[in-house]
Design a protein around this ligand. Structure first.
Ligand code: DX5
Ligand code: ZN
Length: 219
């Protein structure tokens, strides 16, 4: 039995002057969770948003808030994001020498732990952490910017991870659109993050969420 497909709009591509409205539109369109990209200007070149935005998002939606930490020393900020209302917190394995400890820290803070892999990081590095996490995030672009082109070589890694676990959620992030969605799903991904497609390119947020779900084979 395959896991249900979940659509996770990334607000990195949203219009920040109308953030509440756009999150509400994503929820009304049937999205499953809201993806919040936290960047520190160190692990990745750019700086984006922090717990204040998570707290604001918490006030305008019932959907789970899926917080993707692209920051060094994430252990210093877990409590702040959990208190702000994060339902799941994803840390990059490249930033965590003590991954098992931080995964426990996330669970103790009341959020679901997830681990992200950069495009060059091999699947085998998360093998031993799989029993402890709810989700693995396979970066399908190099983290740091929205609007980049999907890296097709990451498909093999998705398949490899799915062979390691039939129960863990496999999320993909970067360059996901109606062309790449069927490919990632065919290889075993079930949580699709999309920023540009949903907030920038489609005729409406509603149309984009539906098109993505259809491309993923759900409608
Ligand atoms: C990239 C971020 C992504 C990004 C995806 O570092 O983690 O979540 O917003 O953007 P698109 O869908 O535009 O590739
Ligand atoms: Zn992300």
């Amino acid at each position: 039995m395959s896991l249900p497909i979940r659509i996770a709009p990334s607000i990195l591509a949203a219009d920040f002057t109308r953030l509440g409205e756009q999150i509400a539109a994503a929820e009304a369109a049937g999205s499953d969770q809201i993806h919040i990209d936290v960047m520190d200007g160190r692990f990745v070149p750019t700086i984006s948003m922090g717990p204040l935005i998570v707290k604001a998002a918490r006030r305008v939606t019932q959907l789970p808030l899926d917080v993707h930490l692209m920051i060094v020393e994430p252990e210093r900020h877990i409590a702040a994001f959990a208190e702000a209302g994060a339902d799941s917190i994803t840390v990059h394995i490249e930033t965590c020498p003590h991954l098992h400890r931080i995964v426990q820290q996330i669970r103790e803070a009341g959020a679901k732990p997830a681990v992200a892999l950069n495009p060059h990081t091999p699947a085998v590095l998360v093998k031993e952490i799989l029993p402890f996490v709810d989700m693995i995030l396979v970066m399908t672009v190099n983290p740091g910017y929205g609007g980049q082109t999907f890296i097709p070589e990451t498909l093999a890694k998705i398949r490899e991870l799915r062979a390691m676990s039939t129960t863990v959620d496999i999320q993909v992030d970067g360059g996901i659109d109606t062309q790449t969605a069927p490919q990632v799903v065919a290889h075993g991904a079930n949580v699709l993050v999309a920023g540009t497609l949903i907030f920038r390119t489609a005729e409406s947020i509603h149309a984009a969420v539906h098109a993505l779900r259809q491309a993923a084979g759900e409608e």
